[in-house]
Write a new protein. Structure first.
Length: 201
């Protein structure tokens, strides 16, 4: 059994393609790709923590989100624990957890959708909400925030070993912050953190 993390799928939200520069021609292709990637990396016995914004709250942009929730959930492998995001209002019976702390391999991980509510007293914060803006931020000498959103992880869940590897690189002083060009955002520049001289975004 594995533990994996992801956020900000925004399924059935056509405008997210334009907002975040997602490399899909339409919302159907985006949904099919995300579901295929999920099921390629997740087995039935795995647990996936989804850190907010599975869909878009019902609106003119995504009017069918709520109606399709159960249909999509049946297609996804694994046991899913939903952390509530700012767009999850209409699936709040599924996303009832605002935040939580888990421990793995002696490391405390705090899960919350919006990084503004990160806990700087915890070693690792797993967040979403910021989409393609950044992958990792150093909060202080003891704490980092890692964006587990699909926009910076090739539209697939992140296995916990990748999270702990990042944290160990931070703890050992091997993280570096620099400029990057996101592969899906032509001409846009942001901040990225790499480790072991490789970029991770």
């Amino acid at each position: 059994m594995k533990y994996l993390f992801t956020s900000d799928l925004h399924l059935f939200h056509p405008n997210i393609i334009r907002y975040c520069g997602r490399p899909f021609p339409d919302v159907q292709k985006m949904k099919d790709t995300i579901i295929r990637n999920w099921n390629t990396h997740v087995k039935d016995e795995d647990t996936v923590f989804h850190v907010g914004d599975f869909f878009l709250a019902k609106s003119s942009e995504a009017p069918d989100s709520v109606r399709h929730f159960q249909d999509v959930r049946k297609l996804l492998k694994g046991n899913i624990i939903f952390i509530q995001g700012n767009h999850d209002h209409n699936i709040k019976n599924q996303a009832i957890i605002r935040n939580c702390t888990i421990r793995y391999g002696g490391i405390s991980l705090f899960l919350v959708h919006n990084p503004e509510y990160a806990n700087q007293n915890v070693a690792v914060n797993l967040v979403g909400h910021v989409h393609e803006k950044w992958t990792v931020k150093i909060l202080n000498e003891h704490s980092i925030a890692i964006n587990v959103g699909v926009d910076v992880w090739d539209f697939k869940p992140v296995v916990i070993d990748s999270i702990t590897n990042l944290y160990n690189s931070f703890r050992n002083g091997n993280l570096k912050v620099g400029k990057f060009h996101h592969p899906h955002l032509t001409g846009k520049v942001g901040l990225c953190v790499g480790y072991n001289k490789d970029e991770i975004c």
